[in-house]
Design a protein around this ligand. Structure first.
Ligand SMILES: Cc1cc2nc3c(=O)[nH]c(=O)nc-3n(C[C@H](O)[C@H](O)[C@H](O)COP(=O)(O)O)c2cc1C
Length: 347
């Protein structure tokens, strides 16, 4: 069975799940065109995740993918946290604000308990993908028993091999060009492989289908990935500008006006690629202390962004974007899918 048959979709195009940007409307618009829509639910509570899945199911009877984070929940190292708060204190002061005294764990991991799993077993989306790691064996088995297709992001070969060994159905090959968080399992090691190289590496050594993600903005790039052996492509940044996405005006403007990107861990505590802004030019000074762990640093980052935006400065936004963001086009999601399909079919 091909990947398209397995997922019951027409086009080898996936909308990347994007926590904070995904909406049921965007997911349904993409799925209704015969591609695979998605919901990024890693930043949601179990109840909010449930509501988003139900809302999407009300808008489309076509398959879509939902996504959760499988990070290893770390206990807060209070010394690192205090140093990080101190490092950002002058930034807060610029906007007449004070940083919090403590950092909170704002995102639970899928690994912490079975609350998200139970939502999946109740709502039964076609597919579920995971970022930052692999679910527990009992969770994978429960998803299999429910007939839900599983996907996990890999950024290098040994992650992909672990994914296959765990019995996951599909591997997402996330290259260094990708917008958003690096899917690396272990933060102390990032091999930074480009999408095209990673696709070829994984196709050579793995037997599960491989989805190429990272830097794909137009159909010709998607087609090139399929020619290298990818079974489908996954695009995030290209869809952020769509009317049905949840991106705010500042983010949309920055995507079109200043589309240069860089990876930093300062915003959330994990490395992620986004549009270059104050995080990269002011916070990431060579003498900065170690960043507090994910997602504690993100708690502080979001509060700094809120304080700055209240004063009209949007330079601390988490404006995730891939390295080919400059190729972004202003197109509705349905039109973008159709345009990509046309470009992929050009000889
Ligand atoms: C705004 C944004 C948010 C993202 N959020 C998630 C997420 O919640 N879960 C996830 O697995 N990947 C997330 N990613 C990464 C994507 O799955 C994918 O790897 C990336 O978008 C591909 O690169 P591209 O943006 O150049 O197309 C996000 C990417 C972007 C641009």
């Amino acid at each position: 069975m091909t990947l398209l048959e397995q997922l019951e979709i027409k086009h080898a195009i996936f909308l990347a799940p994007m926590a904070g940007v995904s909406t049921p409307e965007l997911a349904a618009e993409v799925s209704n065109q015969g591609a695979l829509g998605s919901l990024g639910l890693g930043a949601s509570t179990a109840e909010a995740a449930r509501q988003q899945i139900l809302a999407t199911q009300a808008l489309t009877d076509q398959p879509f993918q939902v996504n959760f984070f499988c990070h290893q929940s770390a206990a807060l190292d209070s010394q690192t946290a205090q140093q990080w708060i101190q490092h950002l204190q002058p930034q807060f002061a610029k906007y007449g604000a004070t940083p919090p005294e403590q950092l909170r764990c704002i995102y639970p991991s899928f690994l912490d308990n079975d609350d998200f799993l139970n939502v999946l077993l109740e709502t039964r989306p076609k597919a579920v993908s995971f970022h930052f790691g692999i679910p527990h064996a009992h969770q994978i088995q429960a998803l299999k028993n429910a007939g839900i297709i599983t996907l996990v992001s890999a950024t290098h070969l040994t992650e992909a091999q672990a994914i296959e060994a765990a019995g996951i159905d599909i591997i997402i090959a996330q290259g260094i060009e990708a917008g958003g968080h690096r899917g690396i399992f272990n933060q102390s090691f990032d091999s930074c492989i480009k999408t095209a190289d990673l696709v070829q590496l994984l196709k050579k050594h793995c037997s599960a289908p491989v989805v190429a993600a990272g830097g794909i903005m137009i159909g010709q790039q998607a087609k090139a990935m399929l020619q290298l052996g990818a079974d489908a492509v996954q695009l995030g940044t290209a869809f952020v500008q769509c009317k049905t996405s949840n991106a705010n005006d500042a983010y949309r403007k920055a995507l079109f006006n200043q589309p240069l990107t860089q990876v930093t861990a300062s915003i959330s505590g994990r490395p992620a690629r986004g549009l270059i802004n104050h995080w990269h030019t002011q916070v990431d000074a060579p003498d900065r202390p170690p960043v507090a762990a994910y997602p504690y640093a993100y708690d502080l980052g979001k509060q700094l962004h809120a304080a700055a935006s209240q004063q009209g400065d949007h330079g601390f936004g988490a404006f995730w974007a891939g390295s080919n963001a400059a190729q972004i086009r202003e197109l509705e999601a349905a039109d973008l899918v159709n345009q990509l399909v046309l470009e992929m079919n050009i000889a």
